[in-house]
Structure formats: C-alpha cells, structure tokens
Design a protein around this ligand. Sequence first.
Ligand SMILES: NC(=O)C1=CN([C@@H]2O[C@H](COP(=O)(O)OP(=O)(O)OC[C@H]3O[C@@H](n4cnc5c(N)ncnc54)[C@H](OP(=O)(O)O)[C@@H]3O)[C@@H](O)[C@H]2O)C=CC1
Ligand SMILES: N[C@@H](CC=O)C(=O)O
Length: 432
Amino acid sequence: MSSAKPIRLALLGCGTVGTEVVRLLHDQADDLTARIGAPLELVGIAVRRPGRQRGDLPVDPELFTTDALGLIKRDDVDVVIEVVGGIEPARTWLTEALRAGKSVITANKALLAEDGGALHDAAAEGNADLYYEASVAGAIPLLRPLRESLHGDRVTAVTGIVNGTTNFILSSMASTGAGFNEALEEATELGYAEADPTADVEGFDAAAKAAILASLAFHTRVTAADVFREGMTGVTAGDMASAKEMGCTIKLLCIAQRGADSVSVRVHPAMIPLTHPLAGVGDAFNAVFVETEAAGPLMFYGRGAGGRPTASAVLGDIVAAARNKLTGTRAPSESNYAKLAVRPIGESLTRYHISLDVAERPGVLASVAGVFADHEVSIATVRQSGREDDAKLVIVTHSAPDAALAATVEALSRLDIVRSIASVLRVEGGAG
Ligand SMILES: NC(=O)C1=CN([C@@H]2O[C@H](COP(=O)(O)OP(=O)(O)OC[C@H]3O[C@@H](n4cnc5c(N)ncnc54)[C@H](OP(=O)(O)O)[C@@H]3O)[C@@H](O)[C@H]2O)C=CC1
Ligand SMILES: N[C@@H](CC=O)C(=O)O
C-alpha cells in the first residue's frame, strides 16, 4: 500500500454516471493507488435528494450532502468531479473550484459548449486542471488525442456520430422498424438520454459536442451558438424506406471542417451509403473520423453513452489530475490561438435528397428541373413514381452551397404543381 497522502475527491452528482464513478473508484481502488502512487479518497457527494435509493452503492451514506458549494470550498478537497449537467449552478461551482486551484473533471458538454471560455479562464487563473474527456463520445478516448497526441499535426476535418441516444433510435428505426417514441423510451431506460431528451433528439447535445471538438481540433473557440443544428425528429419511416431503396441509411452527423481561414460546424441528419464506415455504427455506439494533414484519416469508435462507459472516461481524467497533483504539473491549457472565423451553413457545400408530392400532368418534370437550373443546382438523380393524382419525385442533387439548395426548396414549395415537400435530407459520403 502507498504511504503517500490521499488525493481527496468531491463528487457532484450521483445519477447514471456518478453512481458508476463511485463503483469504479471502489472496485479498482488498489489498482488506482498503484497507478497513481497515492490513494484516492472520496470525501463528499453532492446530490439534490440525499435520501434517494441508489442501489447497493459501496459508499458511506454520511458522505451525501445537498450543499455542493460548501463541499467544493472544503480545504480537504483536491479534485472536483461534476456529473450533474446543465449551465447553472454547475458554472458557478466549477469556476469557484478552478479559481481556488482545485482540479475539475466534468462530463458537462452543455456548459463547456455554452461557456467553456469562462471555465478555461478560471483554470488559468487558479493554475488548475480542467479535464472533460467524458463530455464527448462517452467512453471513447478522443479529446486527449486531439488535445495532446495530434498537437504536432493539422486537423482538417472531424466527422462522426456523437450522440448515442439518436443513434440508438435511428438504428432501431432502420433495422427493426421500431417507432420513434418506443426507441426513445428504451434509450432513456438504458441511461443514454439526457435529463431532457429534447437535447438529444433536437441535436442540441450533438451540437455541444461538435463545438467542443471543433474548438480543440481547430484551436479556435467555437460555441454551441456557432453550430448549425437540425435534430432528427423530422426523419420519418418513409425517409428510412427511401434511404434503403437507394442503398443508404440515415444518421445524425456532426461535421466540422477547416478552410484556409475559417471553419464550419454543423449537426444534422444525413443520408449515407450502406458502404460508408459510419453506416454500420449501431446501437448507442459513436464513431468519429479525424482527418489530418500528416497522419491522414483516423477513426475512433466505442460506446458513446451509458453510465459505466462514461465513468471509464471520468476515471481516466481523475488519474491524470491526481498524478498532476502529486508531481505539481498541469493539464495542457486551452489552445485557441488560431481564432478562425466560423462560416455560416449557407456557405458550406452540401447535397440534398428532396421528396416531392406533385401533380400528375405533362411538364411537371420540366418545371421542377427549371427551378434547380435557376438556382445553379445540378441534379444527380431523379426517381419518379405514382399514379394519377398521387405522383412522387425524389431528387438527389450534386453538391452546391447550402444556401442555394435551401432557396431551391423554398422556390419548389411555391410551384403550383408541387402539392407538398415530403422531406428534405442532406446527403453525405457519396450517397445517391
Ligand atoms: N448518461 C450518459 O450516458 C452521459 C452523460 N453525460 C453527462 O454527464 C452528466 C450527468 O449525466 P447523468 O448521470 O446521466 O445525469 P442524471 O440525471 O442521471 O444524474 C444527475 C445527478 O445530478 C444531481 N443533481 C441534479 N441537480 C442537482 C443540484 N442542483 N445539486 C446537486 N446535485 C444535483 C442529481 O441528484 P439526485 O440523484 O439526488 O436527483 C443526480 O445525482 C450530464 O452533464 C450529462 O450530459 C456525459 C456522457 C454520457
Ligand atoms: N445523451 C447523450 C449521453 C452521452 O453524451 C447521448 O445520448 O450521447
């Protein structure tokens, strides 16, 4: 056993992730002590409802408190672990801890994407560690490679599936034909969804992760407000069927790209070919491609959500922060020297898959094609089906500025021969 003084931990939150952090700290205590060179000691756990049943947690019930700020301020706390979520009071707690020189480990992507700058500034002020590996892609070691291993290279793009809940729903819809509500309910039971699952299904969670990834990859502060966001609630069983007919599937993608002097960051559902490596990423798994100038493409894959996988990432950060405490060193600080501008979605080159319900009469195709030509959007494929009074057109475009594609859809909706725009999806990776 180590005779070194223990590193003392305060845990804020003991829900899906927090309970698994407690279990791993307990189950792996001896190994952790050997790896760090000092034991870890949990000195307090802040929760909202201390009397709540938390299974057979291997922890002294006396450690629970509702006074998170009081716990953070205790002199015997070296490291603060936040697995509560939300903007406030988490921001106040974490800035307080960092300014006081306490290491902070957080899984709170919403806060990092909304006001990560304030946390990084507080870390610099307090000469404290700020680690947040669990905030993006659950268990996957992704931020440390971006923050350290790839710092000698230039990242040009980050593309991936970064939300487990929506991947679980879309995979269930595609493979078993499950309905949206049923799949969301199951994802929630399995501990994948956010406290308010609107954050998952409307793309806010993936957009927050996209902002964190783009900030690290491009050395530029990117916030959630900079990210174009479209959720997956508009994806219908009809879209899934249409995707299947074209040899494709639909995934909620995060796409961050670096140009010469700007970046673009977007989150939206996209149709991708079944041959695309992301097409086979099922269940609540995540996968992220990082493209760099020297290393070329790199792919990261693993469990993107769930208590135990996420706790694994938190534990890795605890070990790093504890080692730094012992050696008197610090985590790499924020690197935002590039300060690149963020380009709006309208300037990004994208491709659309558009399904139209149209009148069945001569000249329809010519009128529709004319709208595309007017907006300088070229058509890749057209499929026509239906009978009198029930005709459908499915058009896939070549790539064009997103603003031109959006304007084309808007103009199509005003044609009298177009009864309705059944769906519009972006297309990635050679689909169509
Ligand atoms: N679930 C997952 O798969 C992943 C989650 N994350 C992130 O981890 C964080 C936690 O998620 P998760 O464990 O799922 O969330 P849960 O809702 O399961 O747990 C939240 C915990 O925070 C406590 N809490 C809430 N409000 C307060 C408050 N005002 N003061 C003190 N404690 C409070 C709750 O207390 P009580 O138990 O008493 O209600 C609960 O223990 C979030 O930021 C989430 O985005 C990141 C990656 C994956
Ligand atoms: N709700 C999130 C949890 C992990 O970040 C997700 O589903 O990915």
